[in-house]
Design a protein around this ligand. Sequence first.
Ligand SMILES: [Zn+2]
Length: 525
Amino acid sequence: MNKHLTARSFLVALLLVLLSLGVFAQEKLDLPMLDRIRTEGLNNSKITDLLVYLCDIYAPRLPDSPQYVQAGEWMVGKAKELGLANAAMEAYGPFGRSWELQKFYAAMTAPQYLPLIGYPKAWTPGTNSVIKGPAVLIQPRTIADLDQYKGKLKGAIVLTQGEQDMSISFDPMASRLQPSDLDKLILAPEPGGGRRPGSPQMGDMMARAQLQQAVNKLLKAEGVGVIVEPGRGKFGTIFVSSGGSRTKGAEMPSPAIVIANEHYNRIVRILQKNIPVELEIEVQARFTADDLQGTNVVAELPGVDPKLKTQLVMLGGHFDTWHSGTGATDDGAGCAVAFEALRILKTLGVKPRRTIRMALWDAEEQGFVGSRGYVTNHFFDRAKKEKKPEYDKLAAYFNFDNGSGKIRGIYAQSNSAVVPIFEQWLGPVRDLGAATVTLRNTGGTDHLPFDAVGLPGFQFIQDDLEYDTLTHHSNMDVYDHLSRPDLIQAATIMAWFVYNAAMRDEMLPRKFFDPNAQAPGRGPM
Ligand SMILES: [Zn+2]
């Protein structure tokens, strides 16, 4: 027997003793209802159909782009068709300018012809026409190195990085959390971890960022034609996000594209032999001219309990995506899971005591803009330190946004009081692979704006599958890299969590919140 197992058995025994002593309240679980949720969710799932619409037809969805609005209107129609109430695209405040790609072409034309796998960076301007010319490789090591390029780069096609490391990877592409990983996740992290300001790595990062800034400034001042960057991935996969600002009136950056490492490296190696490389690149892209009101997609299954129906249980994921794939795993998956969970409950004729509200967020990728706006409007305005009426009525928010891997448990987000509750909810779905409750926090997605104002917002623990290796913000974030069996499991468990939160006598306990404290950092996206 391994020692983790021993520790685990001890904790389970301790929990049982505490339960028997009445230290934690016993949750009233409606197990016949769970059986019905499982049957509808696991055997009659409609999630595949939804995923085709969200990940093939109405995608990609950069915030407030025409594609986003079209998809939102389709989603609202879908919610109405299901019989949900108050389905709408709800404005949350200004987002800024949006961006739409209209045409892209890139090729090497000498010494040989090669069509390039690539994508423009979002929020960078088009090239006006086809730019043809030699590839210019500049590799400054210091800011002073940049002087030699001044006056020489007007209209040029510029590469600023050397050959990328493409050593063979023997690690598997996809992974699931192993029991040992989950055991580790239950334990508290070592105190005092993380990089401290002043550490050597931190110094390196700062220096690199400063050099990069100086390079961008020079290229902009020189009026380069287009910047070509490597795509970070393998097998033709490129990771690409934004290269400019969404703020109306902000200075336009240089046009910039990202190409597959395999193609990038070929160009660099030819140049290093002093043989010219000719490239042809055309980008047509459009910024929306005016500030647009950003919108989230919302819909409700109304509560029926006279005393509790004004209270809320929320669930969701983010509706916006990056542009090179279709945002299938980030976060079409979360939107589909939330909608399918509601479909399961609606199909079963569930009459929840509290109102269940789905929200599909805008502009998560730009720093939770949609969910932050929503929290400000409905719950708590941090700037004004002002509590809104719904603040005291939110029982919980459940978020799904870590790829398409199934639910293995949930982060309790430093809220000890919810741990025994979630453990009891997970008890009867352990056979589906979801059993772990960790007190740890997780960041990087839309539960954070809730958490930041003391509201119980949670993100599930999910299997990674190919999220970190392949799909997250890449051109391979498409339908084919979703795991439908995993999402069927996830929607079923989401439905069970939301059902429990909507039916229990009390709202979920909250952790201590000091409205006067500094806002916590927003963490990585
Ligand atoms: Zn996401």
